[in-house]
Design a protein around this ligand. Structure first.
Ligand code: PLP
Length: 392
């Protein structure tokens, strides 16, 4: 293996997570699997077939390059671009039945041009501005959009009406999110009175799907939850308060592992690693692991991170270097070169999810995962080898 770490993706964990999501949202709400950021670092190439094997075939991406990647893997799956698509990529998208959000008139006009030129409908999702104040049409702009739509029904297929919430994972945003749901419903009703309706109304990300049942509508766009991570502690509590056993119902799909490169002893009073951020307050034993910030292990985990070795949770000490990190193994001195090191995932009864590091926010889940380099080798485990795995 010419790599300092590797990633394992667990099909059975993914299926477990979908079962949980399904139990949460009920049987009638569609799931779109959000796989922007290289499937939150899991790897689009490996992850898309896993999602399909789990019975979901609707994907949301940020940009056209990601849509192209999904389309190459699986031309028959539904792909929606939620963010950036250049005007020059619109032709490709429309000709390949790629769906996309529209939130500004220029994209809409260019889509109309392409659609007219090729006699092929553009499959659009109209994004409403409901209070995130990022992208989306407000009511005045929507009036223009509907005018444009009404003369051109044969060129557009209104696949969806959508919006995005301004932080559904935190109770601090409760009032804002509630008012966004209200505004969405109001805008949609108003659109209906004008004679328009969309195939799917979709507004919820993972956190909204958990904490705001009314946001689920026809479809939920699930990112972080399917990978087995919580959007926030609050989302987790919102979920488990309903289940009596209070166990984490999610399983991490990813396991990121490396191995001990070297072990050594450090005497009391010595500083460990660059600078003076960590001093040995006792005679200590340390292990070095060949994973650093260039491999995606965030520098902000300096003196904060935890890893698993021999089933024990151990602390990352000192500064995370470009290519390696240092672990305090004083409590487990039998650790030796070659021992498996879990950076994210389970080992024995213990589990490391990025957000479980002391004071760090769950936002680090999103950041650290999506920054995992593409060149770390990825393998899928626990796949059912049956050819009829889609028929359940
Ligand atoms: C990323 C994203 C989602 C999914 O968010 P999670 O918190 O990962 O579930 C949904 N909708 C939009 C528009 C997004 O950008």
């Amino acid at each position: 293996m010419f790599a300092t770490s590797e990633i394992e993706l667990d099909q059975s964990a993914l299926e477990n997570n979908y079962r949980f999501i399904r139990s949460l949202i009920g049987p009638d709400v569609q799931i779109s699997s959000v796989i922007k950021g290289n499937a939150y670092g899991h790897g689009i190439f490996e992850f898309v077939p896993m999602v399909q094997a789990a019975g979901v075939n609707h994907f949301s991406v940020f940009s056209a390059d990601e849509a192209l990647e999904v389309n190459n893997i699986s031309p028959s799956s539904t792909v929606v671009i939620m963010g950036y698509i250049g005007n020059e990529e619109l032709e490709w998208a429309i000709l390949n039945d790629i769906e996309f959000f529209v939130f500004e008139r220029d994209r809409m006009r260019k889509a109309l041009d392409v659609s007219r030129k090729f006699g092929k409908k553009a499959k659009i999702h109209i994004e409403f501005e409901t209070g995130l104040n990022r992208t989306g049409f407000d009511k005045n702009q929507l009036e223009d959009v509907l005018d444009l739509l009404s003369g051109n029904e044969e060129y557009f297929e209104l696949k969806g009406c959508c919006t995005h919430y301004a932080g559904a994972e935190s109770i601090a945003n409760f009032v804002r999110v509630k008012s966004q749901i209200k505004r969405y419903n109001k805008l949609y009703k108003w659109m209906e009175t004008k004679g328009f309706s969309a195939e799917t109304r979709h507004t919820a990300c993972s956190a909204a799907a958990i904490s705001y049942p009314k946001s689920r509508m026809d479809m939920v766009r699930i990112g972080i939850l399917q990978y087995g991570f919580w959007p926030s502690k609050e989302s987790f509590i919102d979920c488990i308060k309903l289940s009596p056993d209070r166990e984490d119902p999610l399983k991490r799909v990813i396991k990121w592992k490396s191995s001990v490169m070297d072990v050594k002893e450090v005497s009391t009073g010595e500083f460990i690693g660059y600078g003076t951020t960590f001093m040995a307050t006792d005679n200590m034993k340390i292990a070095t692991v060949p994973v650093g910030y260039s491999h995606g292990y965030s520098r902000s985990l300096s003196n904060q991170g935890r890893v698993l070795i021999r089933g024990q949770r151990l602390a990352v000490i000192g500064i995370v270097n470009m290519n390696l990190l240092i672990v305090d193994i004083s409590e487990c001195p039998s650790i030796e070169k070659g021992d498996e090191v879990i950076l994210i995932g389970d080992q024995g009864d213990n589990s490391i999810s990025v957000a479980s590091f002391s004071e760090l926010s769950n936002q680090l889940n999103y950041e650290l995962l999506s920054r995992l380099p593409r060149n770390i080798p990825r393998t899928v485990i626990n796949q059912k080898q049956l050819s009829n795995q889609n028929n359940d």
